[in-house]
Ligand binder design. Structure first.
Ligand SMILES: [Fe+2]
Length: 189
């Protein structure tokens, strides 16, 4: 079965001080965060042992309660991804009870438009009638999530904050299968 979201568990606390998440502003959807300010160096070392680096500007996504986010496929720098429809992020979901991430296939004869986020990142934007829902799953702490195909987040009665890392191997993004292979010892069973 094709996987869109795989939950991981680490025995190292990934963040230096988890309370920072309560200080993020809530006036936009997307923020740039600081890797070395927030991520535990021991967690970075663990990634290093897996021969991974992470892109040095993590992002934080804020989604208010009872909201359905924009359907989009993440922006793609073609030089760092082998397959433009298959690359992952590592997402840590904070709060967001009953929120889920949704994945979609693109309907035939559909053209996306380009959307520019508050951090200046372009993504391919789709209207709900341009896609077909294929999967929904709640994101854990963390999960490997597929972001090369259209996706969005739907929240329940609680705001959701997501801290997102972009893992790289040899400066290339990981496909879902590559990520599953690399993180095999840490996949939650
Ligand atoms: Fe995304």
């Amino acid at each position: 079965m094709k996987q869109y979201c795989v939950d991981l568990a680490f025995d190292i606390q990934p963040f230096i001080d988890i309370s920072f998440i309560n200080t993020i502003p809530k006036d936009a959807y997307q923020y740039k965060a600081s890797l070395f300010q927030h991520i535990n160096p021991k967690f970075l070392l663990l990634l290093h042992k897996l021969e991974l680096t992470v892109y040095n500007i993590p992002e934080v996504f804020y989604c208010r309660a009872n909201h359905s986010g924009m359907i989009h496929a993440d922006n793609l720098n073609d030089t760092i991804s082998k397959d433009p429809t298959d690359f992952v992020r590592i997402n840590f979901s904070f709060y967001g009870k009953d929120s889920v991430m949704n994945w979609y296939s693109v309907n035939a004869d559909t053209e996306s438009s380009i959307s520019i986020s508050t951090t200046g990142a372009p993504s391919y934007k789709y209207n709900p009638d341009q896609v077909t829902h294929i999967h929904s799953q709640s994101v854990s702490f963390p999960s490997i999530v597929q972001v090369g195909i259209p996706h969005n987040v739907t929240t329940g009665n609680e705001d959701r904050i997501c801290f997102s890392l972009m893992p790289l191997k040899n400066n290339m993004r990981l496909s879902m299968n590559e990520a599953i292979e690399i993180f095999k010892p840490y996949i939650k069973v």
